[in-house]
Design a binder for this molecule. Structure first.
Ligand SMILES: Cc1cc2nc3c(=O)[nH]c(=O)nc-3n(C[C@H](O)[C@H](O)[C@H](O)COP(=O)(O)OP(=O)(O)OC[C@H]3O[C@@H](n4cnc5c(N)ncnc54)[C@H](O)[C@@H]3O)c2cc1C
Ligand code: SF4
Length: 323
């Protein structure tokens, strides 16, 4: 459980961050460290250097732009939970941030670290000796997946809470690698592979998130967890909808805790133009149950997590529609 040796670098601007990445191949970015440091202590991964990005100017800012909110990657979860601009334009994001870890973690933990959180599994988030006694596993140092031994990929679950809220709100992310910087849909940052769920290049850094400000859009996030005070989601769901009179004008639903990536549900537009009655709620239930794929990565059975995700989506849709 002791930390391995590494160099700790604390660049004071972005050029120094990219220079440090070039100078130390295999270095890891360090934000709040609440996920990365715990994993290093468990002997999960090694890095010649950690590059602390929290002193880089601009990464800790929240600003209202023309029709969007720009949130720096190093904004802490505590700030997200309490910031007046977030409360006004993206309350679902504040709800998600408030439900992450405990209050002390949230003072350090950042939005960028939460989006780039490693995937989780009962066979992986264990001490090194525990994993070694099991022959490690396919994700790291082993040859076999204990969850799906017949398969050839890791099924560990993505369990970040802010990603579904941001997906439902239609957020984009800014990525930079020292030579070019650009905005892409948040959804495209992830892929369905528990051992490589982030589609970020070795030198890429998540710089910030942009959330469009849409009038009339109502959104909320809820999660199911074993310990109410502090726990990762067994399933977490964000719903965003816009109602015009008795007609649904927009619907987006995103789920975390079930797949190796946060899932933005497809085919929600089939419900647009209708009202959210019991039949529509049943359709939402089956959209979720068909598209999420929890595996045996927690002690709670996979089928219960699928049903939890569907129940949360139905509850949120009913509540937002009734507002
Ligand atoms: C007891 C406990 C309970 C927890 N409960 C929850 C929970 O309920 N929900 C939840 O979502 N999380 C939970 N977490 C995990 C973690 O605290 C949060 O996800 C937190 O937001 C991670 O942010 P961080 O800044 O500390 O990330 P770090 O640990 O610093 O980094 C996490 C990963 O992101 C990478 N990274 C960080 N910033 C960037 C960037 N800008 N660009 C590219 N890569 C980057 C790092 O290299 C690392 O791989 C919990 C942790 C603990 C210890
Ligand atoms: S899903 Fe399989 S490969 Fe992935 S962490 Fe769990 S046991 Fe390891």
């Amino acid at each position: 459980m002791t930390l391995p040796e590494f160099r700790l670098l604390r660049p004071s601007n972005l050029s120094e961050v990219f220079a440090a990445r070039r100078a130390y191949p295999g270095a890891r970015l360090l934000a709040g460290g609440t996920d990365l440091v715990a994993n290093l202590r468990h002997g999960i991964g090694r890095a010649p250097a950690l590059i602390d990005i929290t002193a880089v100017p601009g990464l800790g800012d929240i600003a209202e732009e023309l029709s969007s909110l720009r949130i720096g990657a190093a904004v802490t979860l505590e700030r997200l939970s309490n910031d007046p601009l977030i409360a006004l334009h993206a309350p679902a994001l504040a709800q998600a941030a408030r439900q992450i870890a405990g209050p002390a973690h949230r003072t350090l933990a950042t939005l960028g670290g939460n989006l780039c959180l490693d995937t989780r599994c009962i066979y992986y988030n264990q001490s090194a000796w525990w994993r070694q006694s099991n022959g490690f596993c396919l994700k790291y140092r082993g040859e076999r997946c204990h969850v799906a031994p017949e398969g050839n990929r890791c099924r560990a679950a993505y369990s970040g809470d802010t990603a579904p809220a941001l997906l439902a709100l239609g957020a984009t992310v800014e990525l930079g690698d020292g030579t070019e910087t650009g905005w892409v849909d948040l959804e495209s940052m992830f892929q369905e592979d528990g051992a490589a769920h982030l589609r970020l290049g070795d030198s890429q850094v998540l710089l910030g998130v942009r959330v469009p400000i849409r009038s009339g859009l109502l959104a909320a996030y809820e999660k199911a967890r074993l310990r109410g005070a502090m726990d990762f989601p067994l399933a977490g769901v964000a719903v965003a909808l816009r109602r015009e009179e008795d007609r649904l004008a927009d619907l987006r639903i995103a789920v975390t805790g079930t797949n190796s990536r946060p899932v933005l549900l497809k085919d929600c537009e089939a419900l647009v133009g209708r009202s959210i009655d019991e039949k529509a709620l049943q359709q939402i239930d089956s959209l979720v149950q068909r598209q999420v794929k929890p595996m045996r990565t927690t002690l709670t059975p996979a089928h219960s997590r699928r049903r939890m995700a569907a129940a949360l989506a139905v509850r949120l849709a009913r509540r937002l529609w009734g507002r």
